[in-house]
Design a protein around this ligand. Structure first.
Ligand code: G
Ligand code: G
Ligand code: MN
Ligand code: NA
Length: 249
């Protein structure tokens, strides 16, 4: 409740910041994508994590406005990225609920002037379950523009397998809970099964939560091409990210 109250009176444009976490393409050794992660420093509550403020914004009907604000901030930052790096941005469950909401996202992307093919929008299964047909229609409009769609936190929902072939997707982000168990026999075979599923569906698989060199080696052994996690880089402010990208080969 305190978060909702603070959100309602917040100057979101001034108080919200985006951090960026690199995603490694192990086939080329380059950072080819970066995920934007919102950070809020409230003058009343201090730092509040996105899990909490996104949920609060959803409850009080502020989330779509917040998404548009964060997306335009991220796209403005994105102009400073090298040309080979794409941007991945998280949408909330409420962002695809109507054709109007989808059109507002499209308008924000158009106004930024970026090439939509460099943008990936991440959606969770919960977001898709709210209204499957509407979400599917929204995804179809976004993809028609060249925007890529990733299913986030894959494997944590109720029926992920029932969705993947019914939705026009480009990527699957394998939840970090799978990475935590990769050094066990069953954990390793779970990851390799999801990786083959991605390959069979023609989707890019991105494994999240890679924290150690041993996990990275295990992930690559199981055929994972794209890797994200603290080992590659923590979420960081824009200037740190740009410094990191400038060191790239
Ligand atoms: O960065 P962190 O690990 O604290 O993020 C926690 C969760 O918040 C993640 O599931 C992430 O997808 C979500 N999140 C981060 N930034 C945003 C954002 O800008 N919009 C939405 N809707 N969710 C976000
Ligand atoms: O749900 P989503 O994938 O959007 O959430 C990304 C969240 O995961 C971010 O809040 C980020 O801080 C967190 N994260 C990223 N890499 C790692 C990691 O290697 N380990 C852990 N524990 N969390 C991570
Ligand atoms: Mn995400
Ligand atoms: Na995720």
């Amino acid at each position: 409740r305190a978060v909702e109250t603070a959100l309602r009176t917040a100057d979101l444009s001034a108080e919200m910041e985006l951090h960026y976490q690199p995603i490694l393409d192990t086939a080329t050794g380059a950072i080819t994508f970066v995920e934007a992660l919102a950070r809020w420093t409230s003058p009343i509550l201090g730092r509040v994590g996105p899990d909490r403020f996104v949920a609060a914004a959803e409850r009080c009907g502020l989330v779509h406005g917040l998404t548009l604000l964060l997306l335009s901030k991220a796209l403005a930052d994105f102009r400073q990225f090298p040309a080979w790096v794409g941007l991945s941005f998280n949408l909330s469950a409420h962002d695809l609920v109507s054709p109007e909401a989808v059109q507002e996202i499209i308008a924000t992307v158009r106004e930024s002037g970026i090439d939509p093919r460099r943008l990936t929008l991440e959606l969770t299964e919960t977001a898709l379950m709210r209204d499957f047909d509407q979400a599917k229609a929204g995804i179809t409009s976004l993809r028609a523009l060249g925007i890529k769609i990733a299913l986030d936190d894959f494997g944590t929902g109720y029926s992920s397998l029932g969705y993947v072939h019914r939705l026009p997707l480009d990527k699957i982000k394998i939840d970090r809970s799978f990475m935590a168990g990769i050094d066990t026999e069953i954990g390793g075979s779970l990851i390799s099964t999801i990786v083959s599923l991605c390959r069979n569906l023609g989707l890019d698989g991105i494994v999240e939560g890679v924290e150690t060199a041993a996990q990275r080696e295990a992930a690559q052994r199981q055929g994972c091409r794209y890797i994200q996690g603290y080992l590659i880089g923590r979420p960081m402010p824009l200037r740190d990210l740009l410094a990191r990208l400038a060191q790239e080969p």
